[in-house]
Design a protein around this ligand. Structure first.
Ligand SMILES: C[S@@+](CC[C@H](N)C(=O)[O-])C[C@H]1O[C@@H](n2cnc3c(N)ncnc32)[C@H](O)[C@@H]1O
Length: 284
């Protein structure tokens, strides 16, 4: 099986949209009268959920009217956030057809479908001409991509000169074995976490300057402690990310939390700018 097929299989749910709508109804929502905030507990598939996107967006800060590319857009929470709160137009691409369908349907339901669009595509073969986007971002996707040289090369190709590329990925901070399943990989075949130093070196080689970097381990641990206390008090809520993660959600989260606590992994933000490559003087 190719890596991409393995990744698609890992994220496959089978009846995702129906399960999300059932969860919303169980939470007392009317699926015909939804707002983007109603979806936030399940449509932000990364550590820290909506709060992580708020913090990430504050650092990234795209100007209103910019056309953004969302690499690995999932079921679309971050893209709808940037459309609603930053007045950007967002194109999301994702390997999973099931996610693309759910993301499009949720965007229609919350009335944001004229500001966001989703396409099934690989980050390693972006179906766009060069200089198509003002800025781009990626949240919790690099862990599934072995060929980061090609990923960053594609990113640079489709970005306009001086465009920003913001990323928020789980990275390796220390040595040590990983236990599976994890939220992004059922086995080591889909796991390609790298160190911040590797990201920095590859980004720089592909013509980006990392202008800001932030390790979000403490934020992540605080979020998980609060979530653990809440679910110990009454089980998982009717609508949440566990619906997207499926039957093994609890195990995936527990394995990830143990690695976070051990300091083996951490979610890290990097805000980068596409620069001209000057072979004689380094990137400027
Ligand atoms: C953990 S989810 C994050 C989704 C979304 N970025 C978010 O934060 O809500 C990872 C997503 O990356 C997508 N993905 C993984 N590898 C990809 C690739 N090579 N090209 C496009 N999408 C990819 C997966 O299908 C999945 O939807």
């Amino acid at each position: 099986m190719t890596v991409e097929r393995t990744v698609i299989e890992h994220y496959r749910h089978g009846a995702l949209e129906e399960a999300l709508l059932a969860g919303l109804i169980a939470a007392g929502k009317d699926p015909d009268k939804l707002t983007p905030d109603d979806l936030a507990a399940a449509d932000e598939f990364h550590i820290g959920g909506r709060q992580a996107t708020i913090d990430f967006a504050t650092e990234f800060a795209p100007a209103p009217g910019r056309h953004l590319l969302d690499i690995g857009s999932g079921i679309g929470g971050p893209s709808r956030f940037f459309a609603q709160h930053y007045r950007c137009r967002v194109t999301g691409i994702d390997l999973s057809a099931e996610y693309v369908i759910a993301a499009s349907s949720l965007a229609r339901r919350v009335g944001l479908d004229s500001h966001v669009e989703y396409r099934q595509a690989s980050a390693l073969e972006l179906p766009f001409p060069e200089h198509s986007f003002d800025d781009a971002y990626m949240q919790h996707v690099g862990m599934n991509i072995a060929d980061k040289v090609r990923l960053f090369h594609e990113m640079r190709r489709v970005l306009k000169p001086n465009g920003m590329f913001a990323l928020y990925d789980v990275m390796r901070i220390d040595e040590g074995p990983l236990s599976y399943p994890l939220p992004w990989a059922s086995s080591e075949e889909a796991n390609f976490i790298e160190t911040p130093a590797t990201y920095r070196a590859l980004l720089t080689a592909e013509g980006f300057v990392v202008v800001k970097e932030r390790n979000r381990a403490e934020f992540a641990l605080d979020i998980f402690r609060a979530l653990t206390a809440k679910s110990a008090a009454g089980g998982p809520p009717p609508f949440g990310l566990h619906i997207v993660m499926g039957a093994t959600a609890q195990q995936k989260t527990a394995n990830m939390l143990a690695l976070l606590e051990r300091g083996t992994i951490a979610p890290v933000e990097m805000i980068c700018r596409r620069v001209e490559i000057n072979p004689h003087a380094g990137n400027v």
